[in-house]
Write a protein that binds this ligand. Structure first.
Ligand code: PAF
Length: 285
């Protein structure tokens, strides 16, 4: 496996290949990232991962400075999981000047849910992902694949629509959420939790499951606001500070309309100082 830090070295390393399969990350890897790498294995002709903590997607007061940087361990894990090239640029390499051009996803998708509570987050994500895709795929004669986890479901939708609308020659591949034995979705931020918080954190997924069950057994979509409100109350009484617990159409993240069957429940909440997100896809007949 090659580890490269500059765009020139990345392009040289990629020159013999035509169709990369790419897993972008911010490092501090866990089994969820490695499952994305495993999904990349049969795709394309070279497996690439990036490790870059992207300042543009962190808001004021968020954990950009303290976000764990674990490059050596991450590279070992990637090598053991079939990665061929790791691109780990410095900030000066990826943002040699202040990044004054940005990619602005539409408000309808990017200013709701995560975007409402983290203003600018999806502009930061879309900007860096565009840049990383240009770095990895600019010489790819046969396009390629980019794999994004479903835990960040709204991010996956933002990127999928961006790739389609900008006619990028890439197939976006979703990766299923990986959970621990209690049901807690794996996240780099789980490392901030104490042991007892980690056990307790599984109640986020349990509450989402309960919401999905209630929606499935309810006869009217009109019950959804109550189901969401009850879930917010349950979370609060379980010691969380929830930002949202919402039932949405899975394709646009809007409130479900009559005839919508493919739904998702999404939730974001803080346990102590740690903010976690999770979701659950389900169908309503
Ligand atoms: O999901 C992440 O880890 C990040 O948002 C991404 C896609 C690597 C962009 O920085």
């Amino acid at each position: 496996m090659q580890i490269v830090h500059s765009l020139n070295d990345l392009r040289s390393a990629l020159r013999p290949f035509n169709q990369p399969a790419f897993v972008p990350t911010m490092g501090n890897l866990h089994a969820g990232h490695l499952a994305l790498m495993a999904q990349a294995q049969p795709l394309g002709d070279v497996r690439v991962a990036s490790i870059f903590v992207n300042r543009l997607q962190f808001g004021l007061g968020e954990d950009f400075e303290s976000y764990p940087r674990t490059l050596a361990g991450d590279c070992q894990a990637l090598e053991a999981n079939g990665c061929d090239i790791v691109f780990a640029p410095t900030e000066a390499e990826l943002y040699p000047q202040a990044q004054t051009y940005s990619v602005q996803p539409p408000k309808e998708l990017a200013a709701i849910l995560e975007g409402h509570f983290r203003p600018g987050f999806f502009t930061g994500v879309a900007t860096v992902v565009t840049k990383l895709l240009n770095c990895v795929f600019s010489g790819a004669k046969d396009g390629g694949f980019a794999i994004f986890g479903e835990k960040d479901f709204q991010q996956l939708l933002v990127i999928r629509h961006m790739v389609a609308q900008m006619a990028l020659p890439i197939q976006v591949v979703p990766g299923a959420i990986v959970r621990d034995a209690n049901g807690l979705a794996l996240s780099s931020r789980n490392g901030y939790l104490s042991d007892s918080q980690r056990t307790h954190a599984a109640s986020l997924q349990a509450t989402l499951q309960h919401m999905a069950q209630q929606v499935k057994s309810s006869s009217s979509l009109g019950d959804i606001p109550n189901i969401e409100q009850q879930a917010m109350n349950t979370m609060r009484s379980n010691g969380w500070s929830p930002d949202y617990m919402a039932v949405c159409n899975r394709h646009n993240l809007l409130s479900p309309a009559a005839g919508d069957h493919e739904l998702i429940v999404v939730g974001a909440a803080k346990l102590g100082d740690t903010r976690l997100i999770d979701n659950l896809q389900f169908n309503r007949q």
